[in-house]
Design a protein around this ligand. Structure first.
Ligand code: SPV
Ligand code: MG
Length: 305
């Protein structure tokens, strides 16, 4: 059940108002935090209405809504345009899934600066090579050279100041083993990462929990339990993990719902049957604060004669 909240006009007018600080606090808090996937203005506003305090701008779901594959087919400027709408519409801190940084250190820092200007809170870079492929698909996931990737991180840190920088290691996805994952993650902390995202595509959380058990750095850990979803989050609290990202669930929910509704309309040639299952227009108007617009019209437009 969605609980629509009126949009804050203040958040529309002041993008970037210490959202990096808010994200940093979430990642550093003693509590386990949750970031919800969003891929456009409406999914961002729905996530906010459900009570999420930060968003994940997923490369998988943003590519998908643009009709691309999550294989570096989407340009950094495509992503920035969508993130800007998400930031303005929701006012929430957004951690942007920046893939490889869309190239080398120079592309990564250009992208980070742009994201900072449009009101995002942080950037997550993964230690793969451009073009990359989604981690949950196929078996070709070559890793970047560790020193080259550290250069990418340092360049972003120096270019984008207090922006939150999350370094993601794909060592487990690439089959490089736990020691490689831990030593890469430590090197990324030395290069300036504010948090480490360690990714796994196993059906259970064993390797993630082992990583967390062996992690000695004073830098928060972030995880993405898409494939190992059966593990209860209490295990992550116990392991001292800082944040969980629900990385694609809004998009997968909407694909299932849109398929159902399109099929029913194609078949029934009537919307009578599906009306009770879809959001009302009043719900839609409430999501985007149409009331505020009416009140502003009263205030600023001359009365009709
Ligand atoms: C994304 O949401 O785009 C991610 C997480 O990077 S995953 O799809 O698991 O690679
Ligand atoms: Mg991604």
């Amino acid at each position: 059940m969605v609980h629509p909240q009126p949009i804050s006009v203040d958040s529309i007018q002041t993008p970037g108002k210490d959202r990096a600080g808010a994200l940093r606090n979430l990642l550093q808090s003693e509590e386990l935090s949750f970031l919800m996937e969003a891929h456009d203005g409406v999914s961002a506003v729905i996530a906010r209405g459900a009570g999420f305090r930060a968003l994940w701008a997923s490369s998988l779901t943003i590519s998908s809504v643009l009709g691309y594959r999550d294989a570096s087919e989407t340009s950094w400027s495509n992503v920035a345009d969508i993130v800007e709408r998400m930031a303005d519409a929701s006012g929430l801190p957004i951690l942007v899934d920046g893939d490889t940084g869309h190239g080398n250190f120079n592309n990564a820092r250009l992208f980070a600066r742009k994201l900072q200007r449009i009101g995002a809170a942080g950037l997550c870079l993964e230690d793969k090579l451009f073009p990359k492929t989604n981690s949950l698909v196929g078996h070709r996931h070559p890793l970047a050279d560790e020193r080259e990737f550290c250069g990418r991180l340092r360049a972003v840190k120096e270019a984008a100041g207090d922006f939150v920088l999350v370094a993601r290691t794909e060592a487990l996805i690439a089959g490089q083993g736990m020691d490689a994952a831990l030593s890469r993650a430590s090197a990324y902390v030395d290069a300036g990462a504010d948090a480490i995202l360690v990714h796994s595509r196993k059906a259970d959380a064993d390797e993630i929990l082992e990583f967390a058990g062996r992690w000695r750095e004073a830098v928060p850990l972030v995880i993405v339990p898409t494939s190992y979803y059966v593990t209860p989050v209490s295990a992550y609290r116990q392991a001292g993990i800082a944040a969980v990202i629900w990385a694609n669930h809004n998009l997968r929910a909407s694909i299932a719902a849109m398929r159902r509704v399109s099929a029913r309309l194609a078949n029934d040639e009537s919307s009578v049957g599906i009306e009770p299952e879809i959001a009302t227009l009043d719900e839609l108007f409430a999501l985007f604060g149409y009331d505020e617009l009416s009140a502003a019209e009263e205030r600023y437009l001359p009365m009709p004669p």
